[in-house]
Design a protein around this ligand. Structure first.
Ligand SMILES: NC(=O)c1ccc[n+]([C@@H]2O[C@H](COP(=O)([O-])OP(=O)(O)OC[C@H]3O[C@@H](n4cnc5c(N)ncnc54)[C@H](OP(=O)(O)O)[C@@H]3O)[C@@H](O)[C@H]2O)c1
Length: 319
């Protein structure tokens, strides 16, 4: 298949490019051309800002793609998704990377794909729901094959979110780890290669058409349990310092986006039952794989400013 990946040069979309090439597809990417040196050879490069419909038409006009995977959030509205679909002469199967944050997180866990969507997660949820609805309408009204993928926290090599690396940084230096309150909110993670492999496997599969899928690892773990697992993977001693969140105030730093106060737990039954897809990585194995990348890249030696964190630790009597 000739497949267009929107994005292609950072994290999820770059892993997807690699998975598609491995599976023998011809891959084109569309992005603003800022990190083209990261692309593997043989990838066709199309340059446009996805927020600019005229630029999209100039870059994609007359082109035909058997598959299109819309990964990049820029922030991408429903109109932006429609403009992406309208710019080429023809598109086959379209996969849209949405998010599990479309679900109403005020409801009891776990969330399956039929959980009502809501604006619990604000603008981000609003835009993702609008993007999903554009695809679902194209499927319903024009018969376009579409699939919606809803990941939760994605981790792995090249992660642009400072989540697992946040804890690697502290444990590698023998530092204590601050945990907001009791650290008891449940989280679920998915390895980026498992997500990329799942999307590559869905492309062109009629069973996936018109469907939305949660795609993530099976295990759920509390915030503090995640830190404990990382310490075990790193074989480092761990000192946890609980930091009470002041009423109406900000939680202690805990990775880039893991410090929010609700559970995030989802079922993966549908993608397993309908498509036979399951992850290769357990959370422990995936973290070990990510740690190997972090060490290889020398990120354990990078400069990190712990000034604010040290002040908080001192105020808690832990320094
Ligand atoms: N990471 C998670 O935990 C998580 C969880 C759930 C859902 N998601 C979803 O996963 C997707 C993000 O994946 P990612 O963070 O791994 O990023 P990514 O898509 O791999 O990287 C961003 C790519 O988009 C391109 N890009 C950025 N702005 C652009 C624009 N205005 N026009 C054209 N191209 C643009 C960048 O290249 P240039 O800078 O050169 O343009 C780069 O290639 C999002 O849809 C996000 O909502 C992520």
């Amino acid at each position: 298949m000739r497949v267009l990946v929107v994005g292609g040069t950072e994290f999820i979309s770059l892993h997807l490019v690699r998975a598609l090439q491995r599976d023998g597809h011809r891959v084109a990417v569309l992005n603003r051309g800022r990190r083209s040196e990261r692309l593997p050879s043989g990838v066709e490069r199309l340059v446009a800002d996805r927020k600019d419909p005229a630029a999209l038409r100039a870059a994609l006009g007359g082109q035909r793609f058997d598959g299109l995977v819309d990964v990049t959030y820029a922030p991408t509205t429903g109109e932006d998704v429609a403009a992406m679909l309208d710019a080429p002469a023809a598109v086959g199967h379209v996969i849209f990377v949405s998010t599990a944050r479309v679900y109403d997180h005020a409801r009891p866990i776990p969330y399956d794909e039929d959980t009502p969507r809501s604006l619990y997660w604000g603008e981000y949820a609003k835009h993702k729901i609008a993007g999903e609805d554009v695809l679902l309408a194209r499927h319903r009204d024009r018969g376009l094959p579409v699939t919606i993928v809803r990941p939760t926290h994605v981790y792995g090599p090249l992660n642009t979110r400072n989540n697992e690396t946040f804890f690697f940084d502290r444990l590698a230096r023998g530092r204590p780890v601050l945990v907001p309150d009791a650290g008891g909110w449940l989280r679920q993670f998915g390895h980026v290669e498992d997500l990329a492999d799942a999307m590559a496997a869905m492309l062109g599969n009629p069973a996936a058409s018109g469907r939305a899928y949660n795609v993530m690892g099976e295990e759920t773990i509390t915030q503090v349990g995640f830190v404990e697992l990382i310490a075990e993977v790193m074989k480092r001693p761990l000192t946890v310092v609980s930091a009470p969140t002041p009423a109406g105030g900000k939680a202690a730093p805990f990775g880039q986006n893991l410090a929010y106060d609700c559970h995030a737990v989802h079922t993966t039954t549908r993608v397993r039952a309908e498509l036979g897809l399951r992850p290769r990585y357990t959370l422990g194995a995936g973290l070990a794989h990510t740690l190997a990348w972090y060490t290889r890249e020398g990120l354990d030696k990078r400069d990190v400013d712990f000034g604010a964190e040290d002040a908080l630790l001192r105020s808690l009597g832990a320094r």
